[in-house]
Unconditional design. Structure first.
Length: 516
């Protein structure tokens, strides 16, 4: 769920084909009105931030080894990209009116792929600690969104897709004083509001919507993609297909994993973001922040994130948060494996008393779909959330878990089985639930980048990912321990994203080709 750091991709040529179903029509260019409700436009027309030609984009990618590697995975830019900055009206985690911003990336150029009615990709970004995150300014190397933005632009906009990418409420110039992190109801509405507002501006920026909508996102954005798909489906709006990537959709499972001795890399950031968001949503996660957090961190932790500190690593260097120490030394329960011991150290974030409450609640009130490890039985259950936890944090996790609905349009899920940040058990559990509820195998594709033995349309992505891991390890030197650490650190934020995004693009192309 963490931000995408400066990409260091070791790519191989990636040519994907895929299968699926699609959608068509051109009835989505909605008029701009004086409406001030959800999905309305604040600034008309949306400001042009950047216009880059395909040739200029190619030159940009050729400027360093990282860009060259991304180009190998994404392909040569067919289109230039016209970047617009949209401000729209949405709601916060308590259904309060607020505004947020988004990028609209419009393909441009002479290639046939860049002209006429184009399919739309609604893209949701991963977790970022920086309050000033603005994916519309991805060409600025100092912008926190730059690394993720350039991948999205290269993978989708430069290949002929119109991209709508919300920054989310609580980021950029949004006045909301917090971010409704993994609040499924709010995040789904927020993304759909960005899409609705963007479509209203398309006639003003000479953009034609073909009517095909693909919803995707990475990490937190994978969760948001699930929530947005659910919101669109619930409100009878067209979804052609979706691709939640490395998604913490089974957030109740992941929370129970953490409390049971299996914390995620990045948990000292994710946990306070969750407690603040869910406290705003339900009001029962804590009575005071000191119920959960040690005294040295408790004061102000509910207003700490997203942060205005620059760089965001100052959160750790100034002692606002510990980098890794989620739980105290010798905590009970302890780490389930020696490799997780680094999360149990002095100057820890979460109190032993709270960990004890959570673990005892798991034992007394287990959720059937959260069994450790994820088993065939838990994957096939049709009621993974048939539980009644007493702890407010666990109650909120159950309420926001995406194993509570059934997609009716094609979906691809992608990730890596060894992800230390978003455990792949989340993808297995979520896809298992959808299949148990009756989603046809032909409509649900799951890609594990580690499954090199698989032979399908995504084999080249897996091979490229395997080579990228080798290159990352070799760049760290010859010491096996340092090599392994380098791969772990790069796994979620650097190694997986381009290959899962390429898999998603191939899937979407197959859906369009099928025309269903």
């Amino acid at each position: 769920m963490n931000k995408l750091p400066a990409f260091a991709l070791a790519g191989t040529a990636l040519l994907l084909s895929a299968c699926g179903g699609g959608g068509g029509g051109s009835s989505f260019n909605l008029p701009v009105t004086a409406d001030t409700g959800r999905g309305s436009v604040v600034t008309i027309p949306p400001e042009r931030i950047q216009r880059i030609t395909a040739s200029e984009f190619s030159t940009l990618l050729q400027a360093n080894s990282q860009g060259k590697a991304l180009r190998q995975v994404a392909g040569d830019p067919k289109c230039g990209v016209d970047v617009r900055y949209l401000e729209y009206r949405t709601v916060g985690g308590q259904n309060e009116a607020t505004t947020a911003t988004a990028a609209i990336m419009v393909p441009s150029g002479t290639d046939a792929a860049c002209n006429g009615p184009r399919p739309v990709v609604l893209y949701a970004h991963g977790t970022n600690a920086a309050r000033d995150y603005n994916i519309a300014r991805w060409t600025d190397p100092n912008q926190p969104a730059s690394a993720e933005g350039v991948i999205v632009a290269a993978m989708f906009a430069a290949q002929g897709y119109i991209v709508v990418a919300p920054n989310y409420a609580g980021y950029d110039k949004s006045p909301l004083p917090y971010h409704p992190y993994l609040n499924g109801t709010q995040q789904g509405k927020d993304a759909v509001d960005a899409l609705t507002a963007a479509r209203r501006t398309f006639p003003l920026i000479e953009t034609q919507d073909a009517g095909s909508l693909f919803v995707t996102g990475y990490s937190q954005g994978g969760y948001v993609a699930l929530a947005a798909h659910r919101e669109l489906q619930a409100t009878s709006q067209t979804v052609t297909a979706s691709a939640p990537l490395s998604a913490p959709g089974a957030i109740s499972l992941l929370a129970d994993y953490s409390f049971s001795g299996w914390p995620a890399l990045g948990a000292t950031l994710f946990t306070p973001m969750l407690s603040t968001s869910w406290q705003k949503q339900f009001g029962n996660v804590y009575t005071a922040t000191g119920d959960i957090y040690e005294a040295q961190y408790a004061t102000g932790i509910d207003t700490l994130l997203p942060t205005t500190l620059t760089p965001t690593t100052a959160l750790y260097t100034t002692g606002k948060l510990p980098p890794l120490a989620l739980y105290p030394p010798n905590a009970v329960p302890g780490p389930v494996s020696p490799s997780l011991a680094l999360f149990y150290a002095p100057n820890n974030l979460v109190r032993q008393s709270y960990l004890t409450q959570a673990f005892n609640d798991i034992q007394a009130n287990p959720c059937p779909g959260n069994a450790l490890p994820v088993s065939a039985a838990s994957l096939s259950t049709t009621s993974p959330l048939g539980c009644q936890p007493l702890l407010g944090f666990r109650k909120a996790a159950v309420a926001n878990d995406q194993r509570s609905w059934l997609p009716t349009r094609p979906m691809l899920m992608c990730g890596g089985a060894n992800d230390p940040t978003v455990n792949f058990a989340s993808t297995r559990a979520t896809s298992g639930y959808y299949r148990a509820r009756g989603m046809p195998a032909s409509a649900l594709t799951v890609v594990d980048l580690e499954d090199v033995a698989a032979t399908d349309a995504y084999s080249t992505a897996r091979a490229g990912f395997a080579q990228a891991k080798i290159n990352t390890a070799n760049a760290a030197g010859t010491d096996p321990t340092q090599q392994a650490q380098a791969v772990v650190q790069a796994y979620h934020g650097t190694l997986v994203p381009p290959f899962c995004m390429a898999a998603a693009r191939g899937f979407f192309a197959g859906v369009l080709a099928a025309g269903g």
